[in-house]
Design a protein around this ligand. Structure first.
Ligand SMILES: Nc1ncnc2c1ncn2[C@@H]1O[C@H](COP(=O)(O)OP(=O)(O)OP(=O)(O)O)[C@@H](O)[C@H]1O
Ligand SMILES: [Mg+2]
Length: 487
């Protein structure tokens, strides 16, 4: 299940399961009817804007618990989680009507690469409330799923391939750098996965503003119209359609109600769209660059090493750029990426319909071994006093390097946790525990023994646990110093 910001898709191993009333997908809309009923998907299309939430998934991305909505009993703060559970339940019902029973076969769920542990646990909890028997291991990064969709269409065993997935959807731009190798059951190593909450919705907003600006240039000042607020709403509603049409034609006539605007239409061209999209694509390229630097981490020993490599050198290491998400259909996206990468890097669609890619890949994900090197999918916990005391030394999905360090080049190339930070007691014996969220047992070793269960001499002043991006582990405790490896 691909629970997207604008669309919800379900796929089985045979392909996309059409759960929408009009299209294959269900729109990610939820709102209140005048009688207080919660409306989901297409049913919510025609409720008033104040009674509607368009991009509820953003509440997870932005860590918001409530959304403000007009309800029959007045304006209320409604729990976003309750609304999302309703959407998930409806998705489960519709899939079941198409012969796919997700309550019997728990689905793989996509999540943005940028989500941290608590955000992933929130979606997991919502899915459980909707009757799905999922674990955290059922969550797969969306760009990784898109990469798998692409991979499933490649023939034959190959040498290791480095793939950059560019997944631009409605709410987030997700980028991942994958290394794919192996025959039969292929290994997909995630070298980098990051994202930003700036995608289709953001472009819609600037297109709406630009339409207002173009109207002004032709002598129509929206502020002076009889109902400026409503006129702006019209432009906001028109913007996504304008954007989508311009992926296939060079110019559109944006139809407007003449009574309200004084004109029946205004022309808008692909060039104009590219112009307002350019700054967003500049930022997107910055993130591509950051992802490529993160992917270079395992071969570096100091932050300085990866900060100083030129972007051309990093780009040249990518064999294929894989495009996913509705926004990747905009020709300008391909144009810009083709300028960033050398001609030897291929640019391909993850799926013939790029907005289907994530769901298609999620349905196939169990056939691929996945290792996330940049954000390991397990907690490392230090316990003592028969488990009554514990500290999280590493929390699953925490990036091993802070983004800030890539910009400044400071700091060391490792994640460090000290006895002071963890407020450890001075003395006593503890034990390290590895709690896997991926469903696969940890293979990590320390000083020749398994990391899970490793005995540690507690020390407030001396304890220091370091995790390096190449998987190296270094531990100092009250007794000595140990070296190890994640896998
Ligand atoms: N042909 C097209 N050309 C341009 N944009 C398009 C096209 N088709 C869809 N879009 C845009 O793509 C976005 C939706 O893409 P997608 O369905 O991949 O997003 P999502 O999965 O719902 O969101 P996210 O992954 O960010 O949570 C919307 O902004 C939509 O307007
Ligand atoms: Mg998506």
């Amino acid at each position: 299940m691909d629970f997207g910001t604008s669309t919800i898709f379900v796929a089985s191993q045979r392909g996309v399961v059409p759960i929408g009333e009009t299209f294959a997908w269900m729109p990610s809309l939820v709102g209140y009817a005048d009688d207080g009923a919660i409306l989901v998907g297409e049913q919510a299309l025609y409720v008033d804007d104040a009674q509607l939430v368009r991009s509820i998934k953003r509440c997870i991305t932005e860590n918001r618990a409530f959304v403000q909505l007009d309800t029959p009993t007045g304006t209320k703060d409604v729990r976003a989680d309750d609304l999302m559970v309703e959407m998930l339940r409806e998705t489960v019902r519709r899939a079941s009507a198409k012969g796919v029973d997700m309550t019997a076969n728990p689905p793989t769920l996509g999540c943005p690469a940028m989500w941290d542990g608590p955000q992933r646990r929130r979606l997991h909890e919502l899915a459980r409330r909707a009757g799905l028997d999922v674990t955290l291991a059922n969550l797969v990064d969306e760009p990784v799923a898109a990469g798998i969709a692409w991979l499933s269409n490649q023939k034959g065993p190959k040498a290791p391939v480095r793939v950059l997935v560019f997944d631009m959807g409605g709410g987030t731009l997700d980028i991942a750098v994958l290394e794919v190798q192996g025959q039969g059951k292929q290994d997909v190593s995630v070298l980098a996965a990051l994202g930003v909450a700036e995608a289709g919705n953001a472009l819609d907003r600037v297109v709406a503003e630009d339409l207002e600006y173009r109207l002004a240039a032709s002598g129509i000042d929206v502020r002076m119209l009889e109902r400026p607020k409503r006129a702006r709403q019209r432009l906001q509603h028109a913007a996504p359609d304008v954007k989508i049409s311009l992926s296939s034609v060079a110019e559109v006539d944006v139809k407007l109600p003449r009574r309200e605007f004084g004109v029946a239409s205004i022309p808008y061209s692909r060039e104009q769209l590219n112009e307002v999209f350019a700054a967003q694509m500049d930022r997107a390229e910055q993130y591509v660059e950051t992802a490529l630097r993160i992917a270079a981490l395992p071969n570096a020993t100091e932050v300085e090493d990866i900060v100083s490599v030129s972007i051309d050198e990093l780009a040249a290491q990518v064999d294929v750029v894989v495009l996913s998400g509705g926004m990747s259909q905009i020709p300008y996206v391909t144009e810009r990426l083709a300028q960033l990468f050398p001609p030897s890097t291929r640019i391909e669609l993850a799926h013939a319909s790029p907005e289907f890619a994530v769901a298609t890949g999620l349905a196939l994900a169990s056939g691929y071994a996945r290792i996330n090197k940049y954000r390991p999918a397990f907690d490392i916990v230090l316990e003592w006093d028969k488990g009554r005391q514990q500290r999280t030394v590493y929390e699953a999905y925490t990036p091993l390097l802070e983004m800030r360090q890539l910009a400044t080049g400071d700091g060391e190339l490792r994640l460090i946790r000290t006895g002071r930070q963890l407020k450890l007691p001075e003395g006593g014996t503890g034990r390290l525990r590895v709690v896997s969220h991926s469903g696969e047992a940890s293979q990590a070793k320390l000083d020749g023994s398994t990391l899970d269960g490793f005995a540690v001499e507690l020390s407030y002043d001396d304890f220091e646990f370091s995790l390096y991006p190449d998987g190296r582990i270094h531990l100092i405790d009250g007794k000595g110093e140990y070296e190890g490896q994640l896998q």
